[in-house]
Design a protein around this ligand. Sequence first.
Ligand code: C2O
Length: 546
Amino acid sequence: AEHQYHEFVIQRTPVKRLCKTQSILTVNGQFPGPAIEVKDGDSLAIKVVNAGPYNISIHWHGLRMLRNPWADGPSYVTQCPIQPGGSYTYRFTIQNQEGTLWWHAHTGFLRATVYGAFIIHPKQGSSYPFTQPKREFPILLGEWFDRDPMALLRQTQLTGAAPNVSVAYTINGQPGDLYRCSSQETVRVPVDVGETILLRIINSALNQELFFSIANHRMTVVGTDAAYTKPFNTGVIMIGPGQTINVLVTANQPPGRYYMAARAYQTAMNAAFDNTTTTAILEYKSASCSRKGPAPRPILPALPAFNDTATATAYTSGIRGMSKINVFTDAADANLFFTVGLGLINCTNPNSPRCQGPNGTRFTASINNNSFVLPRTTSLMQAYYQGIPGVFTTDFPPVPPLQFNYSGKVPRALWTPTPGTRLLKLKYGTRVQLVFQDTNIVTTEDHPMHIHGFHFFVVGSGFGNFNPSTDPARFNLVDPPVKNTIGTPPGGWVAIRFVADNPGIWFLHCHIDSHLNWGLATALLVENGVGPSQSVIPPPPDLPQC
Ligand code: C2O
């Protein structure tokens, strides 16, 4: 195993997109930020220097960080943010993970431009469970906004309205051919006739799930969220923010230029969204150099309609894990049921500029009717480790005892959540079954739920209300996929299983950042009864203070 050292300088950088130069936050002046490439077992030290104007921290999305919450990164959860002029070195080791992950800012909406790939290759001497592809390319899907992400966040927090939508989607930071002033920079993926390549697709969009497809080419999914899957052949994938999908693509078509394209999968009814399409070009090498004059326009793939839940479901339900390593097949020690969804806060003065949500309300979001509030004076983990009282409570509520149909319309008065910094305590070693149930207060919506510090098995999902007496009988305990982020289907549920084998405090939240900032979150406090100083490594001396 090797040791790698990196320096990430967070800075403002002028970037020209869609005919206009904007100053955005980048790492080392790069957008997207630098890709980290390691082997399983390697250890890293990544010094993050904050030369930008905002408090910031970096999260290494999907890395387990066993007993090392200090390296996880979410602001006010496991660390105070790094203040302008400050720095912090994240130190961690890759432990039994391979595949595609990513890193991103975890403060407000700053991950809109501060993100990059995190690629873990097999250990020396071991290899992929499929034929080694000739070439590998990261494909980072993103959203481009015509304003500063912090201004976007202020707009939604101050007005109570939904956030402004993006003006373009991007592939590796570029909107692509179909947008103005973007053709020259369109990302090109060169292939030789007949060769097979590996695309490491990452959805780093702030608020949008996406369909992705390649004209005339099928894809074979071989991994998701840094875990291998059984090969799954498909013409289209649906990828939620936070998720990664590895696909093999064989250049078996007549030499030419083919668009790979992504656009929105939007399940919230009546929501405003960006309905544009981003493209990159799969370019057969013989096609690019054999002709003179302008190259013919590539063929565009047929992408599903924005609300095509049937296609999204056909994709997600086709994914099977490699084996049942660690999935427990007997009853869980803890059966948890989390309702996830948006809510509305009634305003005393509906004409107030702070009440620009539907019908003079403010948007909010919650889990089990608790709308999560981050602390401001320290982080949860620092408060826990140092025994600082009054920062959080561990009375995370069970599902509210209200009788209603989650897939039906709910009287609004019932669903104004309570704000709180309420954590869920789990005893170390607990075998957890957790069902996320989408509610329908404002609208049904697919919520990509992410848990830090763990990966989990996705054992079942369905539409409508979860039925605890019949649905578990249909769970897949044989080859469920391993994920760190899983969509809760719109108006439906998803069931996961994992062992609470990582002590510390771990954020759990919807990876749609507007929902996260409205409170669709909680944190798991995993403890073994001996106190944090015995169960996690000591905090590094340069851990930022608030
Ligand atoms: Cu990728 Cu808490 O996030």
